[in-house]
Design a protein around this ligand. Structure first.
Ligand SMILES: Nc1ncnc2c1ncn2[C@@H]1O[C@H](COP(=O)(O)OP(=O)(O)OP(=O)(O)O)[C@@H](O)[C@H]1O
Length: 258
């Protein structure tokens, strides 16, 4: 199935970000097609969240440029979702969805229904499970009909089963309403199951750029997906063992086996 182009196009040109002497991103070029689902993997500290914050406009790059092109002349609407749900405990579920927006109760209720929380608008966040709270956070992001949805490890705190349910929900909503999605995750399988494209950040830039051309729906357990997963995991493990090996050589020590 070919999806109609929708959502924002993202163009990063030689983006760099440093904190003091520390270069986190360097000379990063990237073009993301409108309506595509792109995931970012990489070792801890590789700059995945930094990149997302830069795309969201929450942080400025130290070098290079970021361009977002929407479907119309208006500025691109982007919304971000985090590992923490960031719900306000003193507001009802529905009023959390409507945060900063007035008078769109019908839409908020329809969205709560779409995320599997029909009739729970009057509940307090504390009355919901972690997965349900993330559903509210998703509904809140979608109320703004973003052309760009930025997901920073949004299922990281959820148990394995809830996590898969959330992945399926996000995929279904994305298929229903095309928009560009950027997902930062540590879960290689999650990235491969959900994405059109998986990017592995390394050394401040894009190390690997994989197009996942498997049909959706039956990806989990597919031999090609399993092979990609192994290959990516190996690549993520290698820099660490190479560094340790180099450190040992320098120190003149041998690895211990116990
Ligand atoms: N505001 C900041 N000030 C100083 N250093 C920062 C700041 N934000 C991020 N960093 C540093 O930049 C590097 C990249 O951080 P970032 O959170 O983007 O990595 P990440 O790939 O998302 O990591 P993780 O997978 O652990 O979440 C880290 O070394 C971090 O300490």
């Amino acid at each position: 199935m070919t999806r109609p182009p929708a959502g924002a196009r993202l163009l990063l040109d030689a983006v760099g970000r440093r904190y003091g002497d520390r270069r986190v991103l360097e000379n990063l070029d990237l073009e993301v097609e409108p309506g595509s689902f792109v995931s970012f993997l990489g070792p801890s500290g590789a700059g995945k969240s930094t990149l997302l914050r830069i795309v969201a406009g929450l942080e400025r790059p130290s070098a290079g440029s970021v361009e977002l092109r929407g479907t119309g002349p208006e500025p691109v609407t982007a919304r971000m979702m985090f590992q923490e749900d960031r719900l306000l405990p003193w507001r009802s579920v529905e009023n959390n969805v409507l945060l900063g927006v007035g008078g769109r109760r019908e839409e908020a209720r329809a969205l709560l229904e779409a995320v599997g929380l029909a009739g729970r608008g009057g509940a307090w966040p504390a009355e919901l499970s972690g997965g349900q709270r993330q559903r509210v956070a998703l509904a809140r992001a979608l109320l703004h009909q973003p052309e760009l949805l930025l997901l920073d490890e949004p299922f990281g705190a959820l148990d394995a089963i809830t996590r898969i349910a959330m992945q399926q929900l996000v995929e279904r909503l994305w298929l229903d309403q095309p928009r560009t999605v950027l997902l930062v995750t540590h879960d290689v399988e999650e990235a491969l199951v959900l994405s059109d494209r998986v990017l592995v950040l390394a050394g401040g830039s894009v190390g690997r750029d994989l197009r996942i051309d498997l049909p959706r729906g039956g990806r989990r357990g597919h031999p090609r997906l399993v092979a990609w997963k192994e290959e990516i995991l190996q690549g993520l493990l290698e820099p660490a063992s190479a560094t340790k090996g180099a450190a040992r050589e320098k120190a003149g020590t041998r690895p211990t086996t116990s």
